[in-house]
Design a protein around this ligand. Sequence first.
Ligand code: PGA
Length: 238
Amino acid sequence: MKYLIANWKMNSIDISKWKNDFENHHKEFKDNLEIIVCPNFIDLTECSEKFTYLSIGAQDVSSHREGSFTGQISAKQLLKATNKLKYCIVGHSEVRHKGDSNFLVREKSEQLINNKIEPILCIGEDKESLGKGERESFLLHQLNSYFENGSCPKLIAYEPIWAIGIGRAADQKNIKEALEIISKFLKYKKLEKIPLLYGGSVSAENIEEIMALSYLSGCLVGNSSLDGKEFARIAKKF
Ligand code: PGA
């Protein structure tokens, strides 16, 4: 099975236009490709009504079940927006940057699992760690903290922070090395069945080269998912 995720982040999308553009350029749906759209909280309901043939994911969730947490949204409330909600991203670097620790990422994941929503775990090193040759310890620290309590994500996306939103994806060598580190860890934990994805400046131009890598089961796409036509061009190459 392959996975293609659209992470719309906080961008304003005309959902009807996106749907038309996407459908006009992507007509053949394959059974072995699951396409997941992750809009902001407000657009979850509309997306789940309009995209009956796609899966729906949220971009974030509270680590708490209920209570005095101003501005937060619980896993149960996400399901109120749409009971079709299947996934939720946790540990995205933009959310970690805002303060989410590895501990919080795991807590959020547990809330999701308790509500039968599948976590999509994002991990990835920053430029400094890469430069210092500390990528392996960085990734293993994120992984060890997450898996400490037996939490298990449905998908893991390797998203090197230095390749996100810059228009140039990480090179094959770097992606391969990181995927090997993650795969080795998962094998040791007997969790090698968890599919691995790549994210960071994926586009219709580089998707084939990226997906040529073994270990890879899909991609998480930010900027190039904002336009329905561009995203359809990526989907067609799977
Ligand atoms: P990008 O974003 O495709 O714009 O680099 C990917 C992500 O942050 O998930």
